[in-house]
Design a protein around this ligand. Sequence first.
Ligand SMILES: NC(=O)c1ccc[n+]([C@@H]2O[C@H](COP(=O)([O-])OP(=O)(O)OC[C@H]3O[C@@H](n4cnc5c(N)ncnc54)[C@H](OP(=O)(O)O)[C@@H]3O)[C@@H](O)[C@H]2O)c1
Length: 204
Amino acid sequence: MGGKLGTLFARAGHEVVFSYARTKGKLNRLARDAGRKARAGTPAEAAEGADALLLAVHWLRFDDVLKQAGDLSGKVIVTCSLPMNADDTALAVAHTSSGAEELAKRIPKAQVVSAFGTVPSEVLFDVFEARRKATKPSLVYCGDDARSKKIAAQLIRDVGFDPVDAGPLRIARYTEPFTLLIAQLAYEGKGGPELAYRFERLGQ
Ligand SMILES: NC(=O)c1ccc[n+]([C@@H]2O[C@H](COP(=O)([O-])OP(=O)(O)OC[C@H]3O[C@@H](n4cnc5c(N)ncnc54)[C@H](OP(=O)(O)O)[C@@H]3O)[C@@H](O)[C@H]2O)c1
């Protein structure tokens, strides 16, 4: 998710720092392929001076990446990460909390927005390619801070989705399990994983 979204953010004109992988070579490769707006760095370098940080790591890696990122006070953290258990078969947190809320508790001075986690990574480049079409796929996002949500909504638009404000961060309790439905359709369904969704409001 991070590699693809970072590449698309760079193509949309943002400066991007790719960070956090097992090898520096992967980050260098991603940065080179994403073009001149992108570079590789450490999580702390990515955090420094950033308008927004995308958190796209496994739930079990949260502590490590947050430690490496350092002080995130005042930062906008857009998370697409799901609180999956070790073998990715079930949500480790659900119903009464969400991965996004648990993240917000760990970094109370940062502003967390949950976004991008409801679609498979395989669809992202297709959505970007189709971004000038009139009808776009929806993408739900939620968070508690208006300024951070505005930044997230712009990033969502830049990738080619129609942002749908789902409300406060606690709504991630619904969006995170919704992703398991999307994953079921994407990876177990007939049509392949290039799947997005669109909400229609009727009767207006
Ligand atoms: N994939 C999807 O379609 C999708 C969709 C919606 C939500 N999500 C959520 O998004 C998050 C990221 O998913 P993903 O599929 O993008 O995961 P991923 O491909 O495993 O990427 C996670 C990043 O963490 C790095 N990493 C893993 N272990 C590490 C370690 N021990 N030390 C340093 N870096 C390490 C990986 O580097 P390496 O490549 O070197 O391992 C990679 O850069 C997850 O929470 C997932 O639930 C994923």
